[in-house]
Ligand binder design. Structure first.
Ligand code: 5GP
Ligand code: ZN
Length: 151
């Protein structure tokens, strides 16, 4: 499959990836949006009404290998989907997240952004109990490590 637009990128699918199969139409999905680069469908096991996954058609594992311009496309579409969900279902808020890597809870290794609407009564995981304050020295050491690293 190859893209018809200006980017003329070859859309490479991974044979063993469920989301690539969904995009190719080999597995059914509740599609809510599609354009040349992006596909969005309802999560099969939603946290709440309208829980949507937004992903690039091209297979990328995560934040580290997806090109920046495609990441922008994913976010643009996500913003529009948030507006639609807001208008139709009036949630109180949204959790927008992307699990990156197995240890962080990523189960499907095809980059995807979760849009999780939050309503009255939606149970959301609370990890604040597991956070801890660091000393000034520790904070400054982290800042130094990060700013000396070239982007
Ligand atoms: P992750 O844990 O990788 O961030 O999220 C993967 C998400 O994909 C999960 O929320 C899971 O419910 C959803 N999912 C897994 N398999 C399918 C499927 O075949 N169809 C759809 N629509 N969603 C799926
Ligand atoms: Zn894939």
């Amino acid at each position: 499959m190859s893209c018809n637009c200006y980017c003329s990128r070859r859309i490479i699918a991974m044979d063993d990836c469920i989301f690539c199969k969904i995009i190719k139409g080999e597995i059914p999905s509740y599609k809510v949006y599609e354009d040349e680069h992006i596909y969005a469908f309802l999560d099969i096991k939603p946290l709440s009404k309208g829980h949507t996954l937004v992903l690039p058609k091209q297979h990328y594992k995560g934040i580290s290998d997806i090109p920046e311009e495609l990441l922008c496309e994913v976010n643009k579409v996500s913003k529009r989907m948030v507006s639609k969900i807001q208008k139709k279902f009036s949630p109180l808020g949204f959790i927008i997240c992307q699990n990156n890597g197995e240890s962080a809870g990523q189960t499907i290794h095809h980059y995807h952004l979760h849009i999780k609407p939050v309503y009255e009564g939606t149970v959301i995981p609370d990890e604040t109990d597991h956070r801890k304050e660091l000393s000034k020295e520790e904070m400054n050491s982290i800042v130094n490590d990060l700013i000396e690293e070239e982007i």
